[in-house]
Structures are given as C-alpha cells and as structure tokens.
Design a protein around this ligand. Sequence first.
Ligand code: HEC
Length: 434
Amino acid sequence: MNYPVWEVPLLGGGMLIGIIAIVHVFIAHFAVGGGMFLPLTELKAYREKDPRILDYVKRHTLFFVLLTLVTGAVSGVGIWWTIGLVHPSATRTLLLVFVWVWATEWVMFFTEITAALVYYYGWNRLSPKTHLTVGWIYFASAWLSLFLINGILCFMLTPGKWLESRSLFHAFFNPTMLPSLFLRTLIAVALAGIFALFTATQLQPDDLREKMVKWAGKWLILPGLLMPLGLVWYLAVVPESARRLALGGAAPVLTVFVTLSLVMSVLIFAFSYLGAFKLPKAFSQPFAMLIMALAFLTTGMTEWVREAIRKPFVVYGYMFSNSIRAEEVRNAKDQSILVRAKWTTVPHVTHDNWRQSGRELFRLQCASCHTVDGYNGIRPLIYGWDESMIDSALQRLHKLRGFMPPFVGTEAERKALAKWLAEIAKAEAYNQFQ
Ligand code: HEC
C-alpha cells in the first residue's frame, strides 16, 4: 500500500507482464542452451576436420547473437519496467531480499554479453583454442545467470523457511529451486536444438545439411526423456493449493493449459526424434518452424500456469497479489485501508463519496487481478448480482474462490465497494462516471 497503483486498461498489469516475460523467457533459455551448442558444434567441426561445419557455426553465431543480445536484452529491460510499475511492492521485496544475488547476476550478464561479442568477432581472429574458451566462458556465465534468476523466481512460489528465518540462504535455496533449475536447464538444451533445426534446414540440401539436422535433433532426445522426471519432482514440492489449481480443475483454464502443454511437449519430442533424428533428409524448414511455434506456445502456457498457481499471492504466504502483506491481514484486517494506503485520492469513506471510495478500493485491492471490462473483467463476473449478494461475497472472497485474497478494510469501506460494484453490475453508469 506504499505505492501508486497503475491500472492497465483491458489487459490488466499481470497480462502485460506475462506477454513480455514469455517472449523473454523463450529467448533467455535459448541464450543458455545455444551457449552450449556453439562451442560443442565448433568442437565437432575440429574433431571431424570439416570446415563446412565451422562455416555453419559461424552463421549460426550471427543469428544467435542478434536474437539473444538484442531481443533478449530489450525484453529483459521491459520486464524490469513493467514489474516495477505493476508490482512496485513485490519488486521492492525481491530487490531487498536478493541484493547480492542481483549484483552477481548483473556481473554474469555483463560477462555473458562481452563473451558473446568476443566469440562472434573472434571468428578467424582468435586461435581455435582461445575461441573455444571464450565460448565456454559465455556458456558458464549464461548458465549461472539462469541459476541465479531461477532461485529468485522460485522464491516467489515457495519462499520456504525464509518466511521464519528471513535468511538469504533459505530464500535462495528454496524448495522448488533445484527441480526448477533441472527443468529449465533441460528446456535450454531442447531450445538450442530447436533453433539449430531452424538454421540447419537453411543449408543447401546435401550431406552437411543432413548431418546438422541430425545433430540438432539429437539435442532434444535427452531433455525429452528427462523432462517428465523433472516435472514430477517439481509438482511434488509446490504447495498443495498450487498443485490443486494446476491439476485439480478448480481453475479449468489452467488445467486445460497443463494438458495442452503436455500434449505439445510430446509432439515436439516425437517430431524431432522421428523427423530430424531419424529422417534428417526429409526434414524441412516449415517443419522446424512448426516445432519452434509449438515450443513457444508450450513455454507461454507453462510459464503462465506457474505464475497463476501462486494466486492469491505474489510472494507465497508473505504478500498477496494486491501488495497487501499476509501479516497486515492477520493484524489489521478490519482497519481502514484508505487511511493506510499512501497513494489515494480518497482519505476515508463519507456519506456521499461512496462512488469515489468504491472505485478507489477496487483499484487498491482488486485491480491487480481484475480489470473492469477487459481481461478477467469484474463487470461480466458479477453481472446481475445485487448489492447484498456482492457484499456477502466480499466478506468471504478468499473462501468463495481460494485464489483471491480476503477483503481488507472497515465495514464502511466494504459497503462502499459493494455499492460501487452493484452499480457497475447493472448499468452503464461506469462509463458516465469515468
Ligand atoms: C489474486 C488475484 C485476485 C484478486 C486480488 C481478486 N480477484 Fe476476484 N477473482 C480472481 C480470479 C482468477 C477469478 C475467477 C475468474 C473466473 O472464474 O473466470 C475471480 C473471481 C471473482 C468473482 C466471481 C466469483 C464467482 O464465484 O463467480 C468476484 C465476485 C470477484 N472475483 C471479486 C473480486 C473483488 C471484489 C476483488 C477485490 C476486493 C477481487 N475479486 C480480487 C482473482 C482475483
């Protein structure tokens, strides 16, 4: 309640973060896996004494550097901008808890970019041995970046012992950190193969193309075999409520997403094994693009589900999605929220400001998940509900749907919100009021 609330019309803040983050995550994982693909393929060229493979890696490097450094860096900065604006309190928490982890991460990121550029410009300039070493430095720093960010991301769903100890060690080495690192590393390797399928299918149709397609397809075999293991491990350690949300059907969209991403993962691995690895000659570029599109959709859906199952929290057990801390709910649930909020135009509810108060309370407590008419819009959800029905829902929001936080505030505040909601539920009054 210490920051202004930025309401993103129609999309909602969460959706905005989601769109940018999914693009970023897709590229960032490729940045890690590709970092392993480059030096290993270079090594393959030296071992097989095949300068054509070396030529291919050089071209793949340009594609890699352009995509990861430009799009990856721009979308990464985009994430900072949006999370800072949409979730200032949660961003602040992550910064404060992980100061040194962030600092190390930025050193890794700097090393990563420098090494990638030296690797690219070092072709034909550095000795093969030095060039390979630069490639490995790139990969090591990219994977360490993943290691660090993964710990922070996992903290949000499973802060574990940190909730009591407040120690950085517990925050970072939290319950989902290892299974998630395992899964993300596999995803990175698989994406390296998928992107390589794309560049390999651009080669002239000869034995080199066949060899490189087969080589790229090989990169998907191990991830395909190990991923189910990682998934089971991960699901075993997420909180019960999160598992129920993902698998139990309480939120049908999420369960559909989980099923779809499982089906698509099986297709990706089957296509790449049977197509690229077994029949490399017949494997075409549109097919590579289809696999890439499936991988993008799967990444989007799984990241979406991972974010959604944390509801009603932004940091599980510590802070709700609307920035109200669990502790505030325990200690001051019935005290005025308008008085506590630092950025509000309405200091308290009076007899004739219920409209402004209601709107403001919606902004403070509901707008992190609901828009008015857009994504997860409140108006269609309560269409036709009357004031007393809404008021009774407000008294048990967290029981009505387990993924909503409880309403916090005085009775007068609750009534003002109920009245405002009842008004927009039945009329177009909202538009006039805007
Ligand atoms: C953590 C996110 C979150 C917050 C915060 C939140 N909601 Fe929700 N709410 C949801 C989701 C998700 C749904 C389910 C939408 C659906 O079923 O399509 C929902 C559904 C609802 C419903 C329909 C319930 C039903 O059973 O049909 C109402 C009413 C509602 N929200 C009111 C509110 C109000 C009022 C606030 C603010 C005081 C609020 N919500 C805050 C996530 C949230």
